[in-house]
Design a protein. Structure first.
Length: 551
């Protein structure tokens, strides 16, 4: 069996995989997906093959490789394969629609985009010039840096088939890949993860091998205390920092990483049972409740499960702990800028401490709280804006030095815009967001992004988006709209305007029309709009928004 790694100093992510494969890892379970499983030796070989094929397309140090795939072995192979070349992997949210995808492709300067066939139509919609392009090297007016789009088996305009991509690996030796990997340093940028903030478009968080592996060591060794004998179950999407964290934590521990590919509660129950999973990281109550409520759970044997990591309100965390009492449940908080998890509970904490706080700050990270008004540093047992710095703090926002300078001060503190409490023993409790941002079922959503898209409707004059309470997702978007003089529109019409164009979790579930705005000087008082929609829903007995789909 491979060994657990206690420190990330000087390591790169591909280097760690090489070490685990060499350290007795050949034959040991590494990746478990519904359709495929690999041992550590084969895992390593697949990433080298991916690197050789990417290199044949000209990918080199610093180039951006976009990956638009549902979770699976191939996604991970591409992710680590790009890293072997000193390139930057850019996992793309599989829930993006055409406008979001077009923005990311151009903003990230993607050199190569690898995708499942299911996304070919979406890419054609995002990049209309691709429809008339050859499958070879591209010269696109709407994505000038993009040289290649690689699909799977379907023949499509502008898209190289996977067979042709794989065949290119023959022209690149393993020695060439090894030489490029050897030139890569732990502090080099390795991941570009797009996250919604308070701006109209997602921002690209840059992370290095070092920031991500320090986080993985803290997660695997310090908090979850995993060893090669564990099987770590994670349903978190591989385009989110949490999904990558859990993958890397498994690599640090040298244990098996078990993932459903695309979450489905019945499949989740079967994996937890059949694979004898010992640690589970559902993170979001919407995921874990679907598992706990599934009818197959009554016949499942989850006795091997010893730790579950969840995030939610204290009452819900207590209820979920009661339903699976033998597995200790801990909570966490953080963000993409913190490489995932800034604080995580410890198993020795009491039930109250594990349910009412988000745990202790991870090793190598410092936090402080500031008074939002005065900027004064606050003592423990205070509430203020959460700041942090340390080994897992991101390097900055890609192509956005001004916003980076606004968020990271001269002493290296990242100003998160989150309101938090720190208790006498140092545990963090997330309270709310100072930033104008929603969290819909675990997804960060910038109000400005929804406002920007709704503003493209010809009848809309002014739009303000706020959160509305929701029993399923925690909160959803509600849009307050002032129409242009003489224009007409309905709630259903404006919701339909967004469906299929922006991700479903961003689409407003409620639209309310106004003629006057609650103002404070020159600014709309959004808190009054939040109070208005919350009171309306309460009066009407509405606790959960209508379900919607992309079409």
């Amino acid at each position: 069996m491979p060994s657990a790694i206690s420190t990330a100093e000087g390591l790169t992510i591909p280097g760690l995989l090489d070490q685990q494969a060499a350290d007795g890892g050949v034959g040991s379970q590494a990746l478990i997906f519904p359709s495929e499983r690999l041992d550590y030796g084969t895992y390593r070989e697949r990433t080298i093959d991916a690197a050789r094929a990417l290199r044949a397309l000209g990918v080199g140090p610093g180039d951006k490789v976009g990956i638009l795939q549902h979770g699976g072995v191939d996604l991970i192979s591409m992710l680590v394969g790009a890293m072997r070349l000193g390139a930057v992997a850019v996992p793309i949210n599989a829930r993006y629609k055409s406008a979001e995808l077009q923005y990311l492709i151009t903003h990230a300067d993607l050199r190569v985009l690898v995708l499942d066939d299911a996304f070919v139509e979406l890419v054609h919609e995002a990049l209309p010039s691709l429809v008339d392009a050859p499958s070879g090297p591209l010269t696109l007016t709407d994505a000038p840096e993009l040289g290649h789009v690689v699909g799977a088996g379907v023949q499509a305009p502008g898209v190289m088939t996977r067979a042709d991509f794989d065949a290119g690996a023959a022209s690149v030796s393993e020695d060439e890949v090894a030489t490029m990997q050897a030139a890569t340093r732990a502090d080099d940028v390795v991941l570009l993860l797009y996250t919604s903030g308070t701006t109209a478009h997602p921002k690209g968080c840059m992370h290095s091998h070092s920031t991500m592996l320090h986080e993985a060591v803290n997660l695997a060794i310090d908090r979850l205390r995993m060893s090669p004998e564990d099987t770590f179950w994670s349903p978190l999407p591989m385009f989110h920092v949490g999904g990558i964290d859990t993958l890397l934590a498994s690599l640090v521990a040298g244990c098996a990483f078990c993932h459903p590919g695309v979450f489905e509660p019945g499949l989740a129950v079967r994996q937890l049972n059949d694979e004898r999973c010992t640690v589970a990281f559902p993170a979001f109550e919407t995921i874990w409740l679907a598992v706990l409520d599934h009818p197959d759970l009554a016949q499942a044997d989850l006795s091997a499960l010893r730790i579950v990591v969840n995030v939610g309100v204290p009452e819900r965390l207590r209820a979920m702990q009661e339903r699976l009492p033998h597995a200790i449940q801990v909570s966490a908080t953080g963000g993409t800028e913190a490489a995932g998890f800034l604080s995580i509970g410890v198993i020795e904490d009491s039930l109250d401490e594990r349910c009412e706080t988000c745990g202790h700050v991870v090793d190598g990270m410092e936090v402080r709280l500031l008074d939002p008004e005065s900027g004064e540093v606050l003592p423990r047992e205070s509430v203020g804006e959460l700041l942090y710095r340390g080994t897992s703090r991101f390097l900055g926002y890609y192509r956005d030095p001004e916003v980076t300078a606004e968020c990271i001060d001269e002493d290296g503190w990242f100003h998160s815009g989150d309101l938090a409490r720190r208790d006498a023993d140092g545990r963090i409790t997330f309270l709310s967001r100072l930033k104008d941002m929603l969290k819909v079922g675990g997804e960060n959503v910038a109000a400005a992004e929804i406002e920007g898209y709704l503003s493209t409707h010809p009848a809309v004059q002014i739009v303000q988006v706020v959160s509305a309470p929701d029993a399923r997702y925690g909160e959803v978007a509600a849009a307050f709209v002032e129409l242009k003089v003489g224009a007409t529109a309905t709630e259903d019409e404006l919701i339909a305007h967004c469906r299929g164009k922006i991700a479903t979790f961003k689409v407003p579930r409620y639209v309310r029309f106004v003629n006057e705005w609650p103002m404070s000087g020159t600014k709309v008082q959004k808190y009054k709009l939040r109070e208005q929609i919350a009171a309306e829903l309460l009066d009407q007995g509405i606790t959960e928004a209508p379900r919607i789909t992309s079409t």
